[in-house]
Design a protein around this ligand. Structure first.
Ligand SMILES: [Ca+2]
Ligand SMILES: [Ca+2]
Length: 592
């Protein structure tokens, strides 16, 4: 208002008065000097009866001020009061816009200071007075309280009250911010606060949504930082003020706490916190991942959500608490879908997601406000792809050449250690004191082992990585979390050729020509179980044939006997034996 027209809120707004001021102001002398007792005052008398403890700034010539006052005569009679008119004085000081007594009396004053001024007539309205208001030669008494001081040369004043140790980013022009604030006038009168609204104040910076001083004062601020920002009125609401709460020409003081900052152009930010050695495979879209996470907001509030494992040593039973999902397929927020790609098993990474790649302007639930940046600390436990096969790595081979390797149907004995990809031990054959036994392809072990144990030499050691669809699937098993990738170390102890499907015994050469006679040891025309068993064991020990491996021989021989004893009378006759071998012949022909 001062550059742009007459002061509206001045006591001394009559043109006549201003003329008078010019006439009388040359008479004054030094500040605050009183005349000898009893005589007329030579200068303004100043009594600073209340000085605030903090006085960051004193009124200087040319400053703009806002103040309240009461004006009385010597007899105590009031001739004017800003309180009565409910209008502050807002005016430039020390340049003759006020009576000289007031110009001088305000010098050096602090905001919230209270002064009594005694203004002699020659520094007030002189020998003429002011028609109807001030008689000639009147000494004026003013009680003044200063509310505001600023200058046209002022800039925004920023004081950093608290800066967090970690500053992920600082506010730049064009950013979108969420902050809390308390707004006061320079004298401490509160005019607005975000804390009463139950939410942050959310806005763009540097786009004219804010008063200019705020656009400037927020720049460079970190999430979690607290600032005091003092804004002169020409960078705030200026001559008009704002509603009933911000008077014209008011300096504003904001105490700001920055909660959040992002830019609409932001993408997901990744920070690797821990990368395991020897990471060869990185997750891609379409992989299925199991991970733990902590989610927090930018100012450190949180976690708003987490699926953490126990701190150091993971117990396998707690593994079910990982978050399990496909990545890059839209099952999770876009920022997470992106941020998990490229991760290694065992990696810990921090993923910072702007709201447009998270929960947007509306947020979700009562923990994630609208327009919130989310920070996730993620620990990748494992991942796999539904198209994965068993990954086989040979760790060592026996030095002698290996002519025969394992194939489907073979009976194998092997030692194994099974663990999760994070190293959690699950099972080991060493707990049982004997190797594990299995017929390959007989559905006795998980599919991944059936595959991973093929093509192996006795004495060879392998590492196998088995995806869950070739192990225990989505539901897991006792001690194995659902969808877990398993890691095996296997060592082949022995290998025996299997028998053709359906066979319990095979001849290495042609069977004896007189088979029944050979079996019927006491030549009574029938073969009971004892004779049958003795005969078969003799063939095996003489190397003429062999039984199915991996089974109790007594049980296998018992089964063979049952097959031959067609009428189930506990003995085999020559007819029964012939009938059975004819059938077997026919079956072989059909298969061929
Ligand atoms: Ca017999
Ligand atoms: Ca029989």
């Amino acid at each position: 208002m001062f550059p742009a027209g007459p002061p509206i809120y001045s006591l001394l707004r009559l043109p006549l008065l201003q003329l008078l001021l010019l006439v009388v102001q040359a008479v004054g002398r030094g500040l605050g000097r009183a005349s000898p007792a009893g005589g007329p005052l030579e200068d303004v008398v100043i009594e600073r009866y209340h000085i605030p403890r903090a006085c960051p700034r004193e009124v200087q010539m040319g400053d703009f001020v806002r103040y309240h006052y009461n004006g009385t005569f010597e007899d105590g009679k009031k001739f004017d009061s800003s309180y009565d008119r409910n209008t502050l004085v807002a005016i430039v000081v020390g340049v003759g816009r006020l009576i000289t007594g007031m110009d001088r009396g305000l010098m050096g004053m602090c905001v919230n200071e209270r002064r009594r001024l005694i203004v002699p007539p020659h520094l007030g309205y002189g020998s003429i007075g002011l028609a109807g208001l001030i008689p000639p030669d009147a000494t004026l008494y003013f009680d003044v309280v200063l509310l505001d001081v600023w200058n046209k040369e002022d800039t925004v004043q920023v004081s950093i009250l608290l800066r967090p140790p970690h500053c992920p980013r600082m506010i730049q022009d064009g950013d979108f911010v969420r902050y809390h604030y308390n707004g006061t006038l320079l004298d401490g009168t509160s005019f607005d606060t975000s804390y009463s609204r139950g939410g942050t104040y959310d806005t763009y910076v540097g786009s004219g949504w804010l008063i200019k001083g705020m656009d400037q004062g927020l720049l460079g601020m970190c999430p979690g930082e607290r600032r005091k920002i003092i804004i002169p009125p020409f960078l705030a609401y200026g001559e008009k003020g704002y509603g009933t709460v911000i008077p014209p020409q008011a300096s504003l003081v904001f105490h700001v706490l920055l909660i959040d900052v992002h830019n609409p152009k932001d993408t997901v930010q990744l920070e690797t916190l821990e990368l395991p050695l020897g990471c060869v495979r990185r997750a891609v879209a379409g992989d299925f991942m199991r991970y733990h996470y902590n989610g927090s907001l930018m100012d450190g509030e949180g976690p708003f959500d987490s699926l953490p494992g126990p701190p150091a040593l993971y117990c396998s039973y707690s593994r079910n608490h990982t978050y399990n999902t496909y990545i890059g397929q839209g099952y999770i927020i876009p920022g997470m879908d992106q941020g998990l790609q490229g991760a290694c098993v065992g990696e810990r990474r921090r993923i910072t997601i702007p709201p447009h790649l998270a929960y947007g302007e509306n947020g979700t639930g009562d923990k994630i406000p609208g327009s919130a940046v989310l920070i996730f600390n993620v620990h990748v436990i494992d991942f796999h792809n539904p198209a994965d096969v068993v990954e086989i790595k040979t760790l060592s081979r026996p030095s002698e050449t290996c002519n025969e390797t394992t194939k489907l149907g073979d009976f194998v004995r092997y030692h194994y250690n099974c663990s999760l990809l994070d190293g959690t031990q699950l099972f080991t054959s060493h707990d049982y004191g004997a190797p594990q036994e299995a017929t390959l392809g007989a559905n006795k072990v998980i599919e991944g082992l059936d595959m991973g144990l093929q093509g192996m030499c006795v004495g060879e050691r392998r590492q196998l990585i088995v995806p869950p669809h070739l192990a225990h699937g989505e539901n897991g098993a006792r001690g194995v979390p659902g969808s877990a990738v398993l890691q095996f170390e296997v060592e082949l102890v022995s290998r025996e050729d299997g028998l053709p499907t359906g066979y319990l015994f095979v001849w290495h050469e042609d069977p004896p020509a007189n088979l029944f006679e050979d079996m019927d040891l006491n030549k009574d025309g029938e073969v009971p179980p004892e004779e049958f068993s003795t005969f078969i064991k003799a063939q095996v020990s003489e190397g003429k044939g062999r039984l199915m491996p991996g089974q109790d021989p007594e049980k296998t021989i018992g089964d063979m006997f049952q097959n031959q004893d067609r009428n189930q009378d506990g003995k085999i006759t020559v007819e029964e034996l012939k009938l059975k071998s004819d059938e077997d012949e026919e079956r072989v022909h059909e298969e061929l």
